[in-house]
Write a protein that binds this ligand. Structure first.
Ligand code: CP
Length: 337
């Protein structure tokens, strides 16, 4: 295990090992400090509460030290493209940034969102890929344009915690939001749900399809694990009988570079695409999940997020435990079986 970039790089068995380690950290079975005397670089191109705090706390609890850098804020602005003439506003190239940072650190975590400007480029995760290319130390994806694997693993841990190992009917539903958002969370949640063998239903309006290649991978993983994938574009029947409702908003890939067109396209979707008590009543007493941050009474009503079925705070806590498991494995302190 060199890097942790997407759960697609891992077998079900490998992901199960990470979950098991995460539970051991959560339950206090493992109090190992595999990062004693080591530092981990955390590079944040974007704001964060959960990812930043849970990584810093996790590194501390594993005995290590976090070096947090914010390009354009507490460190230089960064260029990632090869062969460019750097006569614009970027001061340092990742070729130097990464190879310097790895001389000080045992691993590097990177948070870099989609810019929602150029779908065909961003779907290849160019910034994260450059970190992985230049680093000889492990790289952890703390959310990129296409994936948020730490979030997805915490989500799978949260479902496991609630329901055990049973296969569940899991609804990933698009939700209205005033502006287009990246697809990393829905991409990684759908992929991980398939890898863990759940029956996945994706509800989204026409125009908000996930990436075709990713969907093919999700279908393949679901088939291999005995699960299923269903796509619906009518929200009215989407909630029937499901055990998990996972809400997230994302932008339409055809609108990358033209956010005002996405905003106009989604104007009529606001009333229907919110998670509310009436929709939750059609489920199998489902739990509600969201990665956070969430806009209350836009994505989800107060009544749903404040209900006993809401797992959003547990999900956020589980980020800490899965990331400790990932770091411990990456640094070779827990043997892979
Ligand atoms: N879910 C998540 O990644 O939260 P932050 O953006 O606050 O890190």
């Amino acid at each position: 295990m060199k890097n942790f970039l997407t759960t697609a790089d891992f077998t079900r068995a490998g992901l199960e090992e990470l979950l098991q380690d995460a539970f051991h950290f959560k339950w206090g079975v493992s109090a190992d400090q595999p990062l004693a005397g080591k530092s981990v670089g955390l590079v944040f191109f974007n704001p964060s509460l959960r990812t930043r705090a849970s990584m810093q706390v996790g590194i501390y609890e594993l005995g290590g030290h976090a070096v947090v850098l914010e390009p354009g804020g507490t460190s230089w602005t960064l260029e990632h493209r090869d062969g460019v003439v750097m006569d614009g506003n970027k001061t340092e190239h990742l070729a130097e940034f990464v190879r310097v940072l790895e001389r000080y650190t045992a691993a590097i975590g990177v948070r870099t969102f989609a810019e929602l400007k150029d779908w065909e480029t961003e779907r290849t995760d160019p910034v994260l890929s450059a970190f992985a290319r230049y680093s000889s130390k492990p790289v952890i994806n703390l959310e990129s344009a296409m994936h948020h694997p730490c979030q997805a693993l915490a989500d799978m841990m949260t479902i496991r915690e609630k329901y055990g190992k049973d296969r569940k009917k899991v609804l990933l539903t698009w939700a209205w939001h005033p502006k287009p958002l990246p697809m990393a969370v829905p991409n990684s949640f759908a992929l991980a749900a398939a890898q863990f063998g759940h029956d996945l239903r994706i509800a989204r309006p026409k125009g908000y399809e996930l990436d075709d290649e990713l969907m093919a991978e999700i279908e393949k993983q679901a088939a291999a694990e005995g699960g299923s994938v269903e796509i619906v574009d009518d929200v009215r029947d989407a909630y029937d009988g499901v055990d998990v409702v996972y809400a997230k908003s994302w932008g339409g890939r055809q609108f990358y570079g033209a956010p005002e067109k996405d905003v106009a396209f989604r104007a009529d979707l606001r009333a229907d695409w919110i998670v509310d008590e009436a929709k939750m009543a059609r489920t199998n007493d489902a739990v509600f999940m969201h990665c956070l941050p969430v806009r209350r009474n836009v994505i989800v009503t107060d009544g749903v997020i404040d209900s006993p079925n809401s797992l959003v705070i547990d999900e956020a806590e589980n980020r800490l435990h899965v990331q400790k498991a990932i770091m411990a494995r990456l640094l070779g302190e827990i043997a892979e079986s």
